[in-house]
Every structure is written in C-alpha cells, then in structure tokens.
Design a protein around this ligand. Structure first.
Ligand SMILES: C[S@@+](CC[C@H](N)C(=O)[O-])C[C@H]1O[C@@H](n2cnc3c(N)ncnc32)[C@H](O)[C@@H]1O
Length: 206
C-alpha cells in the first residue's frame, strides 16, 4: 500500500502549514505564480492533496486534479463544490495511463520525490499541447531528513520508505530527450532553511 494513503487530510494540513514547516503557504504562492506566468486554459495538477491553489483555477476551461489518496480528493470536492471545471482523478501516477491529453500546462509540486520522476517526465510530454508547460517543484537534498519536526511529523515517517532526492541533471537530461526545453529555473528559500527548486519545461513545437 502506498504510505500516502495512511496520512489523514487533517494531519497533512496541520503539519504542512505549521509555522516550522510553512510549506502549504509557500506552495500556494508558487502555484499562483506558475499559473500567472502562463495563464493556461487547461491544467493538470499532479498530487493536488487537499486542494492547495485550486482557488486560482476558476477561469480555466478544465482542471484535472489528480491524487492517489481519494480522501484528499473528497476534501477538495467539498471545498470546491461550486466549481464545474474540475475533474477529479484518483490514480497512482506511476501505474496509470492518464485518461486525458492536450493540456496547456501540468503542475507537479512536491510529488516527484515519491514517484518514478524519470518515467513521469517522459509520460507528461505526450499529454502536453505544443508549447505546453510542465512546471515542477521539488525539495532539495537535506542534511537532517526531509520531514520537518512538528507535533504531527510522526505520521509522515512512513514516507521514508518511498522518499528519494531529485537529481537536477537527470531532470534536465530526461526532459531534453522527451522534447522539453527548460524555460525557467528558480530557487525558493523557506524560513526553516530548506530550499525548493522550480523548473518550468516547455514542449518543443515540432
Ligand atoms: C506533498 S503533497 C503535494 C503538495 C501539493 N502539491 C501542494 O502544492 O500543496 C504530495 C501529494 O502527492 C500525492 N501522491 C504521492 N504519490 C502519488 C502517486 N504515486 N500518484 C498520485 N498521487 C501521489 C500524495 O497523496 C499527496 O497528496
């Protein structure tokens, strides 16, 4: 069983938004800039969790909100019940054929660390429109473990079994062979000393 299925939505949010972690808030503002930079009409969000950033997708024609944890998707559905442009997809990114193609943009923030990221980049290239963007965010290698300490952090220990660091060179090389070109690369520094890398990859126009 994927360990993400054992983490309750409430524990997830309490931990991620704790002042010692502050990742939910940071990811929310990153998502706003990802969307503002490219203004897609169709968007796929991989690892939507409990819906962080979905509030910025109201004007889009279609939003695919994807997660392995169906309970997280239920939280999203309740929070965004007034929206009819969101399609929720409960699937495992590693083992599923994506049931859609032709999106302007795909966002994958803090998920690559838990999946086969090389396979993911190869797969995503084929569902992007020409000139479409894949924007990824990952946590950089850490000296003291990838889970920051909070009173909820124990429930995240199960993720140790699947967590792996992301190698930027591998991301760039895989992207190149998959027809994607780097259009932007940014670093975000968190208050607790962690850093996030964001890389935006554009699908070549051929
Ligand atoms: C750290 S959270 C993502 C944070 C979120 N993107 C944000 O911006 O706030 C990781 C999410 O990826 C989901 N996830 C992990 N492995 C997955 C997989 N193989 N397939 C689909 N979703 C997965 C988890 O259930 C969790 O909701």
């Amino acid at each position: 069983m994927n360990p993400w299925l054992s983490i309750e939505a409430e524990d997830y949010e309490n931990h991620m938004s704790d002042s010692n972690v502050y990742q939910l808030q940071t990811l929310n503002s990153i998502m706003l800039s990802q969307i503002s930079d490219y203004k897609p009409n169709s968007l796929a969000i991989f690892g939507i969790a409990t819906g962080n950033g979905l509030e910025y997708t109201e004007m889009m024609d279609i939003v695919y909100a994807i997660d392995i944890n169906d309970k997280y998707l239920t939280t999203c559905k309740n929070r965004f019940a007034n929206r009819n442009n969101i399609k929720y997809l409960n699937l495992d990114i590693d083992n599923s054929i994506l049931p859609f193609t032709n999106v302007d943009m795909a966002i994958c923030n803090l998920v690559l660390e838990y999946i086969d990221y090389v396979g993911f980049i190869k797969k995503i290239s084929s569902i992007l429109n020409k000139n479409g963007i894949l924007s990824i965010v990952y946590q950089n290698e850490l000296k003291y473990g990838f889970v920051s300490k909070t009173k909820y952090s124990e429930v995240f220990e199960c993720l140790n079994s699947i967590y792996h660091n992301i190698d930027k060179k591998t991301v760039i090389e895989t992207s190149k062979t998959s027809g994607l070109t780097v259009s932007k690369s940014l670093e975000y520094k968190l208050l607790n000393g962690k850093t996030f890398t964001r890389i935006d990859l554009r699908k070549n126009n051929n």
